[in-house]
Design a protein around this ligand. Structure first.
Ligand code: FAD
Ligand code: NAP
Ligand code: SF4
Length: 671
């Protein structure tokens, strides 16, 4: 067996898990949709069939005040049990096991009824919580126990008590948020009584044959978080109180350190769990940026943890574990940590899905069933849109020929993967290429598709996925070879000097600035990355933060935009702040409200708020958006065949890979 440690069963005494892989908790948005639990059942069933050892649901509140949002899911009454049984039955029929996560949001609740140990607003929510009375504290503990008992009734194999990421339990544990002067506040021992009492009361209600996972905040990454000694002490008290497994929590949501985005090194926090392994006898789970069976195997084989938790990787590929067990990890659709279709959707109150797998959370709605009429289809361009269309159409039985003008598949992903911290984009190209082979898509590299080929080879339909090209800007001096577009730079076609101005501060402008400032990616060097973000492995201060070590300044970079809005405003909700911080770390100078005048031997002439300036730069790089690559559209339509446009060639504005891949999938279903 290739991943013997990862796939080894775990004996919990009263029950056995078939392997060491936990599907971590994720809120999908289906929990609140009408008829959402049927869809949720199908979603979890596919993951159970895919071989995962244990699933944890998205957070369910034990009471009204604990809800994350006004309409969020709660389990407090017997009449709420029935819909959960749909999920548990589906998972059990598929041979899986599932725990329900109990999550009280405390001051992170996005509604006016939120409550917390003390009346202190969080920096990431607009509502100030009310301070719980002693009666409310006791009532809340009871609500946890009642909810766990109802979860057992609904058929769950256990519960996970969410004690990390800065939610209510964390708020009780930490002096940062707990200023109480009754028995639930003061010394650490008193602050820790809240989670201990919750676990004790749950155990008393559910008996001994029920899994209780406790997600323990082991590295808060905020000032006045827990000390390491407190983490160890609490873990031991929780074990005595009846916890079966301890899962790792890293960072409060308000922490200003990235913990799960793609620029976080793989397995970046396994050392935290490893520290606790030396102290405990119950199983421990490592978490955060574990996305391949190789890294999971390494963590368990090297004794850093007993299990690994992966959440988003199960959005990207429900069959992750089966593929690892079949020793075909190259067929896994790897989560690239982009957050674009999962967490960013959740924050926008939209159903979560996955950029690389548009079926995620749409299992009952998106299916690639055999086509009634098999067609021969020519596809122009093997970027994300063309590759996605090709594999899904071939899955349906169509005969697909995929033409790519360049010598490799991937389109603009071949540029994205060169950005420091975006190395994961490689995995998507690898996955799609293997799918192209598996589904017998005929791939013709170095071959430009045009109308003559379409006519000669007797195709039934044409799909144009020829993507985008950089927007050109015609200003005096912009024909100088020192003014180049982002593609030329990332393709290594030009030498760039030490002083550079970037025109355009969208996603690509930010990426380009990062590329120019970081000659070697810190994502590939864990120790350097920890220093860059001020994470102290020695926990000298409570919470594990220390001074950030500034990165060396390689270049003078100016990032410019015409709009007067905040720079980077349009970046991803959950990742934009990381990109902005990285540019600050590299001392990139940003300017908004810029008018561009000309480029000459003095540099780039601009005006800002009517004031003329000359930026003394060696190069100007155009990151000013893109236009559709439509040059062959008319000629293709003239063939008389049905012609479909997907991805960038369809609409270039606000194009991202999420739309490109999804459009490919949707067209494949429609043809
Ligand atoms: P393209 O990727 O442009 O692919 C088009 C393909 O068609 C090319 O391979 C081209 O060679 C080929 N082609 C063109 N004409 C012909 C022809 N006549 N015959 C044969 N082949 C032809 N998106 C995100 O969602 N998240 C990100 O974090 C992100 N980061 C990015 C970072 C950078 C630096 C860049 C450049 C892009 C990034 N993107 C990101 C954008 C993303 O890569 C694009 O949205 C996506 O690639 C568009 O897909 P597409 O298939 O429509 O077009
Ligand atoms: P973009 O986000 O639309 O940004 C284009 C930039 O160029 C803007 O800053 C715009 O700002 C400027 N601009 C537009 N027209 C201009 C003109 N005529 N002259 C001068 N400046 C002009 O596009 P992008 O950066 O090329 O990114 C393309 C897509 O890739 C995006 O939609 C994004 O979703 C995706 N992407 C995502 C990420 C990510 O991290 N998620 C990273 C990279 C790319 P002003 O008009 O104010 O000057
Ligand atoms: Fe992973 Fe991105 Fe998919 Fe989210 S959207 S699961 S981060 S690949």
């Amino acid at each position: 067996m290739s991943f013997p440690h990862l796939l080894e069963p775990l004996d919990l005494g009263f029950t056995q898990l078939k392997n060491r892989v936990l599907m971590g908790s994720m809120h999908t948005g289906l929990e609140e949709e009408k008829g959402g639990f049927e869809k949720l059942a199908a979603f979890y069933k596919e993951r159970a069939l895919g071989g995962v050892g244990l699933i944890v649901t998205g957070g369910i509140s034990p009471n009204l005040r604990g809800r994350l949002a006004p309409n969020a899911c709660q389990l407090s009454f017997p009449w709420q049990v029935k819909k959960h049984t749909k999920v548990t039955q589906a998972v059990h029929e598929a041979g899986g096991k599932i725990c329900m996560q109990l999550l009280h949001a405390g001051r992170y609740g996005y509604h006016p009824f939120s409550s917390a140990p003390s009346k202190i607003k969080s920096p990431i929510t607009p509502f100030t919580p009310s301070a719980m009375s002693a009666r409310q504290v006791n009532g809340t503990i009871k609500d946890y126990a009642t909810s766990a008992a109802l979860a057992k009734k609904a058929g769950y194999d256990g519960v996970e008590v969410m004690g990390s990421e800065g939610y209510l339990i964390n708020q009780f544990i930490s002096s940062r948020t707990n200023k109480r002067d009754d028995k639930w506040g003061g010394e650490f021992k008193s602050r820790a009584q809240f989670p201990i009492e919750i676990v004790k009361q749950i155990r008393a209600k559910v008996g001994s044959d029920f899994i209780i996972i406790f997600r323990l905040s082991m590295l808060d990454l905020v000032d006045n978080g827990s000390t390491w000694e407190e983490v160890v002490q609490l873990a031991k008290w929780l074990e005595q109180a009846g916890v079966t497994i301890i899962n790792t929590g890293i960072g409060w949501h308000e922490a200003r350190v990235p913990t799960i985005s793609t620029s976080v090194p793989r397995g970046a926090f396994a050392w935290v769990t490893e520290r606790l392994m030396k102290e405990m006898s119950i199983p421990l789970i490592a978490t955060n940026r574990i996305n391949t069976p190789e890294i999971g195997e390494h963590i368990i084989a090297s004794g850093q943890a007993d299990m690994v938790s992966m959440a988003r990787p199960f959005l990207a590929d429900p069959d992750f574990v089966n593929k690892a067990a079949a020793n075909t990890p190259e067929l896994i659709n790897t989560c690239i940590g982009c957050n674009q279709a999962c967490l960013d959707h959740t924050f926008a109150l939209k159903r979560a899905t996955c950029l690389v797998n548009p079926r995620a959370c749409y299992e009952t709605e998106i299916n690639f069933t055999p086509a009634e009429t098999k067609k021969r289809i020519a596809v122009m361009g093997a970027g994300p849109a063309g590759m996605a269309f090709s594999i899904y159409a071939a899955t349906r039985g169509h005969e697909v020929v995929l033409f790519e003008a360049k010598s490799e598949v991937g389109g603009q992903f071949n540029l994205a993967r060169k950005i420091p911290g975006k190395e994961e984009f490689d995995e998507t190209i690898r996955y799609f290429l293997n799918q192209i082979k598996m589904h017998n898509v005929e791939l013709r590299l170095n071959t430009r598709l045009d109308a003559s080929v379409v006519r000669d080879e007797k195709f039934d339909e044409v799909v144009m996925s020829s993507g985008v090209k950089p927007r050109a800007i015609n200003l005096p001096g912009f024909d100088n070879p020192k003014v180049v577009d982002y593609q030329k730079v990332l393709n290594g076609e030009v030498q760039i000097g030490q002083k550079v101005a970037l025109i355009g501060a969208g996603g690509i402008g930010f990426d380009m600035a990062h590329f120019l400032c970081e000659s070697e990616s810190s994502t590939l060097d864990l120790e350097r990355w920890l220093k860059q973000w001020g994470i102290d492995k020695d926990y000298k201060q409570a919470g594990g933060l220390t001074e950030q070590v500034p990165e060396d300044k390689h270049r003078q970079v100016y990032l410019l935009q015409r709009k007067t809005t905040k720079i980077g405003k349009g970046l991803g909700k959950t990742t934009g702040w990381i990109h902005r911080t990285v540019l600050k770390q590299h001392q990139v100078e940003t300017k908004v409200g810029v008018s561009y005048e000309k480029f000459d031997e003095q540099g780039l002439h601009i005006s800002v708020d009517g004031n003329a300036e000359i930026l003394d730069v060696d190069n100007v790089i155009l990151c000013a958006g893109q236009v559709s690559n439509t040059e062959l559209v008319d000629e293709m339509k003239a063939t008389g065949l049905p012609v479909h446009l997907i991805g960038g060639v369809d609409v270039a504005a606000e194009l991202d890979a999420k739309r490109a891949i999804r459009q490919g999938a949707e067209l494949a279903i429609a043809l």
